[in-house]
Design a protein around this ligand. Structure first.
Ligand code: MLC
Ligand code: AMP
Length: 501
């Protein structure tokens, strides 16, 4: 199929229509066929249309993994509406920015998230309707009789705006078209040999590109059966991998570290398993080796981003090289460049630049940030790496100041801005400290404002009220002054005790 001519719905019809009678989704004790998913999302789309949702409208999805999440996403696609997924760990400040920036019209949430939404509801003027996925409002909308309206959806139309943490502290909405996402999933199906014969355990959060653009799209574009779980927890995940039994699993490195902790050095047999995939953060070579020793599988590591979905992957057949993210996926062009966009020779470290049908359409209503992200038609990832003579790409660091904790992104600037809103904080600097399971965790340095006192505990409580849990500093160290260079810029490398909390 020509990826640039596809929409997600044309791809998903392979399962929704082509495998209609097959069980597509297992959720606890509930099983749904692809026909159930198709018909129930049709009814919901009709109900949403009656509420006024039309093509191009932005619809928020601020809910945990559930059947309702999937049906809502499918209904949005059927209406040509643009889904704006929101991290369920976000607090009022983060949710308000995203909802207002995207101009969200209808937002679907759930009881667990409702207090956060209720607390900022008055500050969300574009939201006409809030639907509770586990409540009556959603069920009534989803029980709408009649077919949804016929909507003409073009490959270039937007399917998603996913917010990424921003270097300026404000997150930016990455616009992904149907064609971007379709191209990506088609190349992953080819590269990883995904098919209707797989049984897939999906426990990644569906609000991020990994769970949504790789996990959910991979499932619906192939017609495999998915076992969806509300979230990752090592024991039930291992039990389901064994008992379902599953052939496919995708996770972030922290999940693999947790599975290894659970195995406690004893081998684990999973005879039906075909492929373990890891991404979103670096997989330590030790984890790769230990996992192969105990689980008998060489994890396939790949590299992606919200703005591009997946870019580079170790091969399914051929060498899965620990520490390397592998080779560019079919259709993806990759360069390692210096600051002037000159190509660097094998082994030399530079910034990774990308081009391909997977690369996003720009940041929502932010032409300046979009312009900055591209050079000569190439998307600048902000990731640093090198390419070996045989083509394997290795990531070595980041040009952007990013902390990745458990696969979730944290921009230091956002933490610093929140700390600075506390009256006792004169200056603040946040960094990532290595952590064996989470990869990195946040630590902050604070210089007190004149004549002010506070404690680390008080500042952590202050952060917890405004930031998602994975962004909250684990430790705060007080300094008399931050190390600065002659230009007055903070020199992070000269901060004391950078390796310990
Ligand atoms: C974590 N928490 C969650 C949660 N995950 N709460 C609700 N739903 C979830 N899905 C909360 C916990 O309540 C707790 O909050 C805190 O986070 C830490 O939890 P934990 O018990 O310590 O979890 P842990 O075993 O350490 O595992 C965390 C994790 C999680 C690995 C399950 O970090 C996770 O799901 N990571 C996936 C991130 C991801 O999908 N990234 C993809 C980005 S896309 P509290 O308040 O008690 O501290 C991308 C592109 C690409 O990067 O290449 O893929
Ligand atoms: P996000 O903005 O959440 O999409 O995160 C994308 C970033 O995650 C990339 O720019 C990389 O820095 C990082 N990332 C994704 N996959 C990997 C990987 N396999 N190894 C190292 N870093 C990764």
């Amino acid at each position: 199929m020509d990826p640039t001519a596809a929409t997600l719905l044309t791809l998903f019809s392979a399962s929704l229509r082509g495998c209609a009678g097959k069980v597509g989704l297992v959720w606890g004790g509930t099983q749904l066929t692809f026909r159930d998913l198709d018909e129930r999302s049709d009814a919901l789309a009709a109900g949403l249309a009656r509420l006024g949702v039309a093509k191009g409208d932005r619809c928020g999805l601020f809910a945990g993994n559930s059947v309702e999440f999937i049906l809502t996403y499918l209904a949005h696609l059927k209406l040509g509406a643009v889904t704006v997924p929101i991290n369920v760990l976000y607090r009022e400040r983060e949710v308000t920015h995203i909802v207002n920036d995207a101009g969200v019209k209808v937002i679907t949430t759930d009881t667990e998230r409702l207090p956060v939404l209720a607390a900022c509801r008055d500050a969300l003027p574009t939201v006409a309707q809030v639907l509770l996925a586990d409540g009556d409002s959603w069920a009534e909308t989803a029980a709408c009789p009649g077919a949804p309206p016929e909507v003409m959806i073009e490959p270039g139309d937007l399917a998603l705006i996913i917010y990424t943490s921003g270097t300026t502290g404000r997150s930016k909405g990455a616009m992904m078209s149907h064609a971007n996402l379709a191209a990506n999933i088609l190349s992953l199906i080819e590269a990883w040999q995904l098919s209707e014969h797989d049984t897939f355990l999906l426990c990644l959060p569906l609000f991020h590109m990994h769970g949504l653009g790789v996990g959910l799209h991979g499932w619906l574009a192939t017609g495999m059966t998915v076992h969806l779980m509300p979230r990752f927890q090592a024991e039930p995940v291992l039990a389901t991998l064994r008992d379902a039994p599953c052939s496919l699993f995708m996770g972030v490195p922290t999940m693999y570290a947790r599975l290894l902790e659970l195995a406690r050095g004893h081998p684990v047999a999973l005879p039906a398993m075909r492929l373990f995939v890891s991404g979103s953060a670096p997989l330590a070579a030790e984890t790769h080796a230990e996992f192969e020793r105990l689980f008998g599988h060489r994890i396939l590591e790949r590299y992606g981003m919200t703005e591009t979905c997946m870019n580079v992957s170790n091969p399914y057949e051929g060498e899965r090289r620990p520490g390397s993210v592998g080779l560019p996926l079919p259709g993806v062009e990759l360069r390692i460049v210096d600051g002037q966009m000159n190509d660097l020779p094998p082994g030399a470290v530079g910034q990774i630049a990308l081009r391909g049908p997977n690369v996003f359409r720009g940041y929502w209503q932010d032409e300046e940030k979009t312009r900055e992200a591209f050079r000569d038609g190439w998307f600048l990832t902000g990731d640093l790496g090198h390419r070996a003579a045989d083509g394997y790409v290795t990531l070595v660091g980041r040009a952007k100041e990013l902390i990745i904790s458990g696969g979730f992104n944290v921009y230091p600037r956002e933490i610093e801005e929140v700390l600075l809103t506390h009256p006792a904080v004169g200056e603040a600097k946040a960094i990532g400290v290595r952590d064996p399971a989470k990869g990195e965790v946040v630590k902050a340095y604070v210089v007190l404002a004149e004549d002010q006192t506070t404690t680390a505990g008080e500042l952590i409580t202050h952060c917890r009220a405004q930031l998602a849990s994975f962004k909250v500093p684990r430790a705060i160290q007080f300094l008399d002054a931050l190390p600065r260079n002659a230009m007055g810029k903070i020199v992070a490398s000269e901060l004391p005790d950078r390796d310990t909390l």
